[in-house]
Design a protein around this ligand. Sequence first.
Ligand code: AQP
Length: 347
Amino acid sequence: MAFTPRVFSGIKPSGDLHLGNYLGAIRRFVPLQQTHETIYCVVDMHAITVWQDPEDLRRWTYEIAAAYIAAGLDPNKSIIFNQSQVVEHAELAWIFNCVARVGWMTRMTQFKDKAGAEGGENSEAVSLGLFAYPSLMAADILLYKATGVPVGDDQRQHLELTRDIAKKFNHDFKKQIKGLGVKDDFFPLTETLSTGPAMRVMSLKDGKKKMSKSDASDMSTIYMMDDADTIAKKIKRATTDADALPTEAAGLAGRAEAENLVAIYAALSDTSVDGVLAEFGGSGWGKFKPALAELAVAVLSPIATEMKRLVADTGEMDQILRRNADRARAIAVPVMDDVRKIVGFVR
Ligand code: AQP
């Protein structure tokens, strides 16, 4: 069956947005508006898998929606809404909880990392929602029969699990799906769309750890709302080695921090790592870091200014989110009607 080329992606309102969210996700969302139907969600139900102060949750929800728009997404074109306004996400997630296997979930590295961080030695102390998170993520994507998902590298494993859930559902309910008049698969096998540099932006203080909203150290992370001085200070103090930059990408092997900063420069300037090294190869950090700071400020500052303007008018933001949740529901409701028939729920 030919599925409509449709893109879905989302970000959790679980902290201040950072450069990793921007380069790994938001920046990649924008051009897809020209080629696909695009649905970009603020996944508030994912955020509460770990404790969130309700006031912070609300503020971050507005901030992410504002960041989408400030970065160039058009809310009259892309469907921009918060997940909890379309209840079908939760309903499909429950059905997928009954399709997915416990063994699949226990293999998720993000769960192991987060359970370790949240529960210390005792990973059983974390919420059941954190364990089932990938089922909800599969529901987010498949509720819209999305064919492509732009996400950072850290989410690849969850995307594979989404495909496994789709495959099992298509297989287990083959007869009922045929009964509905659908010739092939009911759910598509969704592809990861992202390529290019900075698929995984690393901490400024440790090149082996990803940049993350929940990092305890402020100096590891460039936030989208940071002012110019703060961005420059964080880049200046970023951990590096003492060597000059190499002239080719191969020379970055084993230099995680240097590799990270060069990839950030490449992504922010829409060039390749080799392109950056053609310009800066042989230079020391005294030349490269100020150039990177200037570039980061030039890209991020106008977005931060527009985000601040948008979040100041929550009435307007509410309207945008509500209107777009209605557009999302127009796709989700018929899919969910079919799913209920397929699994045998009486209505
Ligand atoms: N460091 C990163 N590099 C590249 N992409 C990243 N993303 C997140 N961190 C990086 C991408 O941003 C999108 C939204 O992610 P999310 O907020 O839903 O969840 P996350 O990946 O768990 O993000 P954080 O910042 O690490 O949040 P916390 O600390 O709350 O768990 C995804 O596309 C992700 O790939």
